[in-house]
Design a protein around this ligand. Sequence first.
Ligand code: ATP
Length: 141
Amino acid sequence: MATMRLDIITAEKIVYSDEVSSVVAPGSAGQLGILPNHAPLLTSLKPGELKVLKEGEEYIIAVSGGFLEVLRNVVTILADTAERAEDIDFERAEAAMKRAQDKVNSSDSDMDLEKAIQALKRSQARVYVSKRKRASKSKAK
Ligand code: ATP
């Protein structure tokens, strides 16, 4: 079966690096599906869920934004932050979401609304991905 290389990198670490059969990414302009031998592409990402299929197994990763490049059968994702579903601290993400939501709802004029919205989107993506992982775990039981 055809595969392509996928590298997911942040400023801190290599989050994922392997041969995979498909990638579905949260592109800024909408969901983006990539299969092996895809045409060259450079696009930005929004906060959301990244789905990776490898040997019939699905891996879910939360990303908070960044860039995705496809070149010569290599998909490179330079992410602002990225966490595999199993590495997400659900309680931390929920607490961050609540804090960000409170900020967005507040009438404090000193508050940086754009920053608060970004924090809200990041934490929502983590909560969503972590919940999906929990749901697929309980289905497997
Ligand atoms: P918090 O307020 O909880 O720190 P944040 O959105 O401000 O959340 P970031 O600045 O986006 O956090 O990320 C800082 C580092 O912490 C990154 O390495 C990121 O991958 C990691 N991180 C953030 N939230 C979580 C989480 N809920 N579980 C695991 N790692 C996380």
